[in-house]
Design a protein around this ligand. Structure first.
Ligand code: A3P
Length: 339
């Protein structure tokens, strides 16, 4: 029996490897991690393993909340905010034992693809209703799209996303792996063939879903959160089914949660200055130790101006305008008016 089970899992692995070999392939930003084009999006090998496991075996719960994002769009921030919002009955923001003071937000909100790639037949992380994914909307398991669970999507100006992503990969890169230059990474990002890209299709998929299913998909801009945090944190709490009561508002709870999750607060915690996460990436030879500090660089709007030439900025602005025009989305104007 055990041998039979073993051989069917070996067979599934071989089929998966054959499928991956047949997909179009590009260089990933960490050399050993090639990326593959699957149904319109470029994913690292281990993400495809996780994605297929999720599509086959993930069963959503109606109360699940899924945070979705293109990498470097504000995932860490949203993880902290959502964790604090949905767990505030258990963990008070003033509590010295609040989990955010001792753990990096990525430890508190599991990343579905990572978990699924290591647990392919049972890809639901235990004891959590709050998850995160970098998968595109069209790559999500059909069960998630058709269930009543809620999705929060954060998006950010692609120029800042690109610069943040490039810096992050350079910090993440094992010493023995060679680097990718800013120009080379830029060329890949702008033609859409970079990890999790094309950025524009990623954003468009979730944006269209948020228009079609406003009670299911909540779309928030990083820049709006930066400038009107309290207003958007309230909207976020309402959307995920944990609205702030009048009493909480009078007691300043929204402001306190916003402060707890702010860049200044989180980035200065011991755990985020000196701690690290260990990520085993199946199907690669890497065990990556991600220093928590790498998730907190500057946390500013417009830092790309310090790293990209005028030509590069113009190219990304033009692609963004062309791609988002037809869906009426702009990266430069608040999505929701605060008045
Ligand atoms: P920069 O590299 O531009 O500084 P992600 O969390 O999706 O990986 O995105 C990381 C980006 O979000 C980094 O941007 C990081 O500094 C910023 N960031 C992390 N925590 C933040 C917070 N609490 N508030 C605002 N920005 C934050």
């Amino acid at each position: 029996m055990a041998t039979q089970k073993q051989s069917s899992s070996d067979e599934a692995k071989t089929n998966l490897e054959t499928l991956i070999l047949e997909l179009p392939r590009e260089r990933g930003w960490i050399v050993d991690q090639d990326i593959h084009l699957l149904n319109g999006f470029w994913y690292p090998t281990w993400v495809i393993h996780g994605l297929l496991a999720l599509q086959q075996h993930f069963k959503p719960h109606p109360n699940d909340v899924l945070l979705a994002s293109f990498p470097k769009s504000g995932t860490t921030w949203l993880k902290a905010l959502l964790f604090s919002i949905v767990n505030r009955a258990t963990f008070n923001h003033d509590d010295m034992m609040h989990p955010l003071l001792k753990s990096n937000p990525h430890e508190l909100v599991p990343w579905l693809e990572v978990y699924a790639s290591s647990n392919p037949t049972n890809p639901r992380p235990p004891e959590s209703l709050l998850f995160h994914t970098h998968l595109a909307y069209s790559s999500l398991p059909e069960h998630i799209r058709s269930s009543s669970c809620r999705i929060v999507y954060v998006f950010r100006d692609p120029k800042d996303v690109f610069v943040s992503f490039w810096h992050f990969f350079n910090k993440l890169r094992p010493k023995e792996s060679s680097s990718i230059s800013l120009q080379e990474a830029f060329n890949q990002f702008s033609r859409g063939a970079s990890p999790y890209g094309p950025y524009w299709d990623h954003v468009t998929g979730y944006y269209k879903a948020s228009i079609q299913f406003p009670n299911k998909v909540f779309f928030v801009r990083y820049e709006d959160l930066k400038t009107e945090a309290v207003f958007h944190v309230k909207r976020l709490a309402e959307f995920v089914g944990w609205p702030f009561s009048e009493e909480e508002e009078n007691e300043g709870v929204v402001q306190k949660i916003t402060d707890l999750c702010s860049f200044d607060k989180l980035s200065n915690l011991e755990v985020n200055k000196n701690g690290s996460l260990i990520r085993n990436l199946p199907s690669t030879r890497w065990t990556v130790s991600v220093i928590n500090k790498a998730f907190f660089r500057k946390g500013e709007i417009g830092d790309s101006n310090n790293h990209l030439s005028e030509d590069m900025r113009e190219i990304l602005n033009q692609i963004t305008e062309d791609k988002f025009k037809e869906i009426g989305l702009t990266t430069f104007v608040p999505l929701v008016k605060t008045e």
